[in-house]
Structure formats: structure tokens, C-alpha cells
Design a binder for this molecule. Structure first.
Ligand SMILES: NC(=O)c1ccc[n+]([C@@H]2O[C@H](COP(=O)([O-])OP(=O)(O)OC[C@H]3O[C@@H](n4cnc5c(N)ncnc54)[C@H](OP(=O)(O)O)[C@@H]3O)[C@@H](O)[C@H]2O)c1
Length: 324
């Protein structure tokens, strides 16, 4: 039996899957400001209870749902005018090699099928930038298959592909900022030279989490974006080495940038894959072999959002790691 959400019937109801996560928290605040009532589908209603505070009393309700439990999806999309799917994982649990498929492909399909059957008007499915160019990565393949499945069963879905998302709770910048606290070097992944003598590294195209959230809200109000794919990135792409240099500057530490060719990164990933925390998995390394950059970086501007620059946020985002 599903917990029922008491929703005010004259307000517009949305269902968000994965709303308790990093991007979800920002999205919920923006949706609440626009006056939407939101069901946040989560595997753990108690743990996700904090999402209530992003809206007025009763405006945001965490409700139980699991990708494995089709009935929970069916009941949670009923009556929603739009469904937003933010569910995603960057690493598979060590003993669960099918997790990417189960979450990004089969799970995404299941949500899209249930939304279509329930007559939901809009589906916004969040994928990731650049997944089409890395068939060797199981993460990327599952994301692509998820996109294709969503398109097949819900042709008017809007596919959103953010670049590397930064914000207070992201995992990328704090990871390297905390590494800088303990080691004299910062790695530059993705150097293609044989011995890794280049300090450039793979290029990434970061985007501020609040901008991605605002973009999703803007897309909801634009029926013309039905059936479209959109890459959401910030104003500038950076080589990995430049990002490491920015982290060192922002945290007021002088660190050597150590070129890390992919073969070495791969060796390291196998060696550390079994350690707690699993900083880098072999599948993550496959992603690092390719630049993750949007050809067209104007989508946010076209949605009426001026993209925020990484440089403006980094010092405050990393303040907790800054040398005193
Ligand atoms: N963060 C980035 O840099 C980035 C970049 C590009 C694309 N994206 C995409 O943007 C979306 C949101 O990313 P995010 O960083 O906000 O993700 P996140 O914080 O890691 O997780 C989002 C939510 O997914 C749900 N979830 C995780 N594993 C699940 C599973 N096995 N079954 C069902 N639900 C599961 C969790 O909700 P519950 O625990 O409440 O169930 C979690 O709160 C994802 O699709 C991600 O791939 C993110």
C-alpha cells in the first residue's frame, strides 16, 4: 500500500524521481518557488524527510517508490502533470555489475512507460553530457540505452544532458580539494601523451547546479521543448589540469600538477577499486579518456538563464578546505 500524499487539488502536481539527491535539492527549491506541489519518490522516506523544508508546509512530500517495484511507480505518477527523472549512479556497487543497466536503462524505461500509461503530459529525463561518445564505458552505454528507451515509449520526453555539475554538495571538487590537503600533488587525468607529459588533460564543461535546476523549471514551461534533447553546460570548458590549478588556488595551496596518463589511471583504479570510498573505478577511467564538452554551449542563455562561472563559486564552495 502506497503512502498517500495529501496534495492541494488546485495546485499543479509534479512527480520527481531522485529528488533527494544533489541536483534534486536545488530543483525542489525552484519548483516550490514556482508554486508546484511535488511528490519526491525515494527508496527511503525517512532519510529523504529533509526535502519537506524546501517548500511551504505540505508542498513537498517524500513518498516511497523503488525502480524494482512497478506498482510504486504507477501510483506515484498518477495525477502528475509532469514527471522528472533525476535517478542516476556514477559507480556500480562492487558486487552488482548490473546496477547501471537496472537504474539508467530499465529503471528509466519503467518510469517512462508508467508516465505514458498514466497520461502524464511532460517527462523530463536527465541523462549526462557526452555519453554517446564513450561506448566502452558501461555507465555511458546504460545512459544512452536509457535515453533510447525513454524516447521509444515517451516520444515527447525532453532529454537533459548536464556537464559536470558543481555546487556545495558535488563530489568532484571536494574530492580533489581534500586530496590537496594531504598530498603535495594533484593528478591531471586524461593526458594522452605516452608518458603523460602534457598538463592539459581531458576537458570538462562544468555547470552550476542551480543553473541546471532553473533550466529544468524553464523547460517545464516550454511545450516547444517536447521531444528535444538539450546539453546544459556552463560558460566555459576547462582542461583537467586547469581545474586542478583552480582548486589549488581556491584553497590557497601550492600543489604540483602530476600528469596521469590513462594507462596509469587505469592501473590505479584497479588497485583502489576494492578500497572503501572507491575514488576511481575502471569505468570512470574509460569516461576520462574523452573530452566531455558540449559543441553548443548556448542552451542556458536560450532558456533565459545567464550561466554562472565556476571561478565565481569555487572559493566559497571550497572554503572548508582552504588553508588557514
Ligand atoms: N552530479 C553530476 O555531476 C552529474 C553530471 C551529469 C549528469 N548527472 C545526472 O543528473 C542526475 C542527478 O544527479 P545527482 O548528482 O543529483 O545524483 P545523486 O545525488 O547521486 O542521486 C540522485 C538520486 O538517485 C536515487 N538513486 C540512487 N541510486 C538509486 C537506485 N539504485 N535506485 C533508485 N534510486 C536511486 C537516490 O534517491 P533515493 O536515495 O532518495 O532513492 C538519489 O538521491 C543523474 O541522472 C545523474 O546521472 C549528474
Amino acid at each position: 500500500m502506497q503512502p498517500r500524499t495529501r496534495m492541494n487539488s488546485d495546485k499543479r502536481l509534479l512527480t520527481v524521481f531522485g529528488g533527494s539527491g544533489f541536483l534534486g535539492r536545488y530543483l525542489l527549491r525552484h519548483l516550490a518557488r514556482k508554486g508546484y506541489m511535488v511528490r519526491v519518490v525515494t527508496r527511503d522516506v525517512r532519510a529523504a524527510g529533509f526535502v519537506r523544508v524546501y517548500g511551504e508546509v505540505g508542498q513537498i512530500a517524500p513518498v516511497y517508490g523503488s525502480l524494482r517495484d512497478r506498482r510504486s511507480i504507477e501510483s506515484n505518477v498518477q495525477g502528475a502533470e509532469a514527471v522528472i527523472n533525476l535517478i542516476g549512479i556514477l559507480r556500480e556497487p562492487l558486487l552488482s555489475r548490473g546496477a547501471f543497466q537496472a537504474v539508467h536503462h530499465e529503471g528509466a524505461r519503467r518510469i517512462a512507460v508508467c508516465a505514458a500509461e498514466a497520461g502524464v503530459a511532460r517527462l523530463i529525463h536527465v541523462s549526462a553530457l557526452g555519453v554517446h561518445q564513450v561506448p566502452s564505458s558501461r555507465y555511458a552505454r546504460s545512459k544512452v540505452q536509457g535515453e533510447q528507451a525513454v524516447r521509444e515509449v515517451f516520444p515527447t520526453a525532453t532529454l537533459v544532458r548536464p556537464g559536470l555539475v558543481f555546487g556545495y554538495e558535488d563530489r568532484f571538487f571536494p574530492l580533489f580539494a581534500s586530496l590537496a590537503r594531504f598530498t603535495p600533488v594533484l593528478p591531471v587525468f586524461g593526458t594522452h601523451a605516452l608518458w603523460g607529459l602534457s598538463r592539459r588533460g581531458t576537458r570538462l564543461h562544468p555547470v552550476y547546479v542551480g543553473d541546471v535546476a532553473r533550466a529544468i523549471v524553464a523547460l517545464l514551461a516550454m511545450p516547444s521543448m517536447k521531444g528535444q534533447d538539450i546539453d546544459i553546460v556552463g560558460p566555459q570548458a576547462y582542461p583537467f589540469g586547469a581545474l586542478m590549478a583552480m582548486i589549488a588556488r581556491a584553497t590557497k595551496r601550492q600543489r604540483l600538477l602530476l600528469p596521469m596518463p590513462l594507462w596509469l589511471a587505469r592501473l590505479l583504479s584497479y588497485a583502489t577499486n576494492v578500497l572503501p570510498g572507491r575514488l576511481l573505478t575502471p569505468d570512470n577511467v574509460r569516461l576520462l579518456a574523452y573530452d566531455n564538452v558540449a559543441e553548443d554551449s548556448g542552451a542556458l542563455m536560450r532558456l533565459g538563464i545567464r550561466p554562472q562561472a565556476l571561478e565565481d563559486h569555487l572559493p566559497s564552495l571550497l572554503q572548508r578546505f582552504t588553508k588557514k
